[in-house]
Ligand binder design. Structure first.
Ligand code: COA
Length: 239
């Protein structure tokens, strides 16, 4: 992703732009430009795309014209969810890496951890086998998360009729309902393909356990994975 620096001194907007932003975000302040400048300073991530720069902060995206430094609009993150296409497969290594649970205070593993055959199996030759199904979330033209299934002899495998889930949202975009949207779309895709259940494996300590329960998964088994982590196997009935 290309990253951009915003010229804070030159940042401005029109009266209609300020009114639109106030309305979209229900802002109480009259100094919308100042509010935007503060958001830029504390941004979670700033992404350049075409002629625009997108500033993300606390679930809000501010659109700035990079050439004129005009704040065009701002609104809550509103990611679009769609079926994963072949052209999205290039994102799978990043999504696989981001799907690895890192407990608080623990150093992230090296990126080449995904080359471990047991982990790489989740994406190796994706799209070539029955059960290879996926959805992605897109925000302002950037793919920022994905959920996909496979039937492989891996951690969350329960039988050859049940696709196993993997999911991740890029860190800056977590906690804004995008994962929930992705999962609901994936369930529709799995049902349409005739699957009766879907399974997953998740570390007991991962806050995603609550997320899965909310989406209708139930814990069916507890076991140790090859690295000695305590995992839950969870299953969701799709019928
Ligand atoms: C788990 C994940 C896909 C959820 O997507 P999301 O867009 O953040 O989820 P939503 O905003 O729809 O829902 C938030 C829920 O996710 C949980 N969650 C898990 N990890 C989270 C994180 N790092 N940030 C925010 N929420 C997180 C929250 O506790 C919340 O749970 P609740 O439903 O019990 O309240 C996403 O947070 C993520 O990519 N986490 C890291 C990778 C991971 O753990 N993948 C699962 C491996 S089994």
């Amino acid at each position: 992703m290309p990253y951009f620096i915003v010229n804070l001194d030159k940042l401005h907007t029109s009266d209609s732009g300020a009114a639109r932003i106030k309305r979209n975000l229900n802002l109480q302040t009259d100094d919308v430009v100042l509010w935007c400048k503060e958001s830029v300073k504390q941004a979670d991530i700033i992404i350049g795309q075409g002629k625009n720069v997108y500033v993300y902060k606390n679930g809000v995206v501010i659109t700035i014209n990079a050439q004129s430094n005009t704040i065009i609009t701002a609104h809550p993150i509103n990611a679009k969810v769609r079926i994963m296409e072949t052209s999205d497969y290039v994102c799978l290594p990043e999504f696989l890496y981001q799907a690895i649970f890192i407990p608080e205070g623990v150093e992230p593993p090296p990126r080449n951890i995904i080359n471990d055959p047991q982990i790489f199996a989740y994406i190796k030759d994706f799209g070539t086998q029955p059960g290879d199904l996926g959805v992605v979330a897109e925000q302002n033209g950037q793919v920022i998360g994905g959920a996909w299934t496979r039937i492989i002899p891996s951690y969350g495998h329960i039988n050859d009729e049940t696709p196993e889930l993997a999911i991740s949202i890029l860190p800056e975009f977590r906690g804004y309902g995008i994962g929930t949207k992705l999962m609901k779309k994936l369930f529709v895709v799995l049902r349409a393909d005739g699957y009766a259940r879907t399974s997953l494996s998740v570390q007991k300590d991962n806050p995603a356990v609550g997320f899965y329960k909310r989406l209708g998964y139930r814990i069916t088994e507890e076991k140790l994975d090859h690295a000695g982590n305590e995992d839950f196997i969870m299953i969701k009935d799709l019928k």
